[in-house]
Design a protein around this ligand. Structure first.
Ligand SMILES: NC(=O)c1ccc[n+]([C@@H]2O[C@H](COP(=O)([O-])OP(=O)(O)OC[C@H]3O[C@@H](n4cnc5c(N)ncnc54)[C@H](OP(=O)(O)O)[C@@H]3O)[C@@H](O)[C@H]2O)c1
Length: 246
């Protein structure tokens, strides 16, 4: 039986590269499509029948319900869930002495923090049937409270810190039932978070995806002592393999 994954926010950036990376390793991928007008995912899926595009807005209960129904009709299990979809906004740069955009902050919270929770809830029945049961979350250094030296970016940083807490609670509940967790900062990416491709950042999405997948797919037994993954201790790890402070 093929390994089966679901990735949210797979239209471009890291999500698209993770989709391509898993396909090259022989996985079947349900790729969450949020931007039907953006052609890259459709082009990739035309090349690889193992990609199934699933319309999915992680910020919407209704969209989540529909996509879970659709995926349940196409597979009886999921081995790997990668919660990747995320957004930021230019409004996050506002200083505390400027008026804050609370509506925009709520949008970010709904997608970045509640989106992964909605996704886990919706797809848990399919993960239950897998012997692998791996839950991956693309967080950010921006969600680390101890590492924070920013003086703005409230909505984005707070949404990722909330995601980290959410993953801890999920870990407490689901780890005893055999689920394994990867909470991850993927590095500064040449992706589209600002609306256009960032050409100044450190990593191309393809390289970032290769690093992420090496960590997401690695089994405990395959680890060296230095980079040991202790499945019973939740860690926030970055793309260089370093553990980050909470
Ligand atoms: N870029 C970085 O340097 C960086 C650093 C640390 C962590 N991250 C995290 O990495 C993840 C991937 O980001 P990226 O850099 O690859 O950004 P990206 O290129 O913008 O890709 C994210 C994808 O998710 C989509 N999306 C937005 N709202 C969605 C929703 N409600 N439901 C489903 N999909 C939605 C985006 O569509 P739109 O383009 O229409 O919004 C986009 O296609 C995010 O969680 C981000 O927070 C990024």
């Amino acid at each position: 039986m093929k390994n089966v994954a679901l990735i949210t926010g797979a239209d471009r950036g890291l999500g698209l590269a993770l989709t391509a990376g898993l396909i090259s390793k022989g996985w079947k991928v349900f790729a969450g499509q949020y931007m039907p007008e953006w052609p890259e995912l459709a082009e990739l899926s035309a090349k690889y029948p193992s990609i199934e595009m699933i319309p999915l807005d992680v910020g919407s209960d209704e969209s989540m319900r529909h996509s879970a129904q659709m995926v349940s009709g196409l597979t009886d299990h999921l081995d790997l869930l990668i919660n990747n979809a995320g957004v930021t906004s230019p409004a996050m740069y506002r200083d505390i002495r400027e008026s804050q955009d609370y509506t925009e902050m709520c949008r970010l919270y709904n997608i970045n923090a509640l989106g992964p929770l909605r996704t886990v809830e919706a797809f848990l029945p399919l993960l239950e049937s897998s012997p692998v049961k791996r839950l991956c979350f693309i967080s950010s250094e921006a969600g680390s409270i101890n590492a924070c030296d920013r003086q703005s970016w409230y909505g984005y940083c707070m949404s990722k810190a909330a995601l980290n807490m959410e993953v801890k609670i999920l870990f407490n509940r689901l780890r005893p039932q055999g689920y394994t967790f990867r909470l991850y900062h993927p590095g500064w990416l040449r992706s589209y978070m600002g609306g256009t491709k960032n050409t100044e950042a450190d990593l191309e999405p393809r390289d970032a995806a290769a690093l992420a997948l090496a960590y997401f797919l690695r089994e405990r037994a395959a680890d060296t002592n230095n980079r040991r993954i202790d499945e019973n201790r939740l860690v926030l790890r970055d793309w260089r393999g370093r553990e980050m402070p909470w």
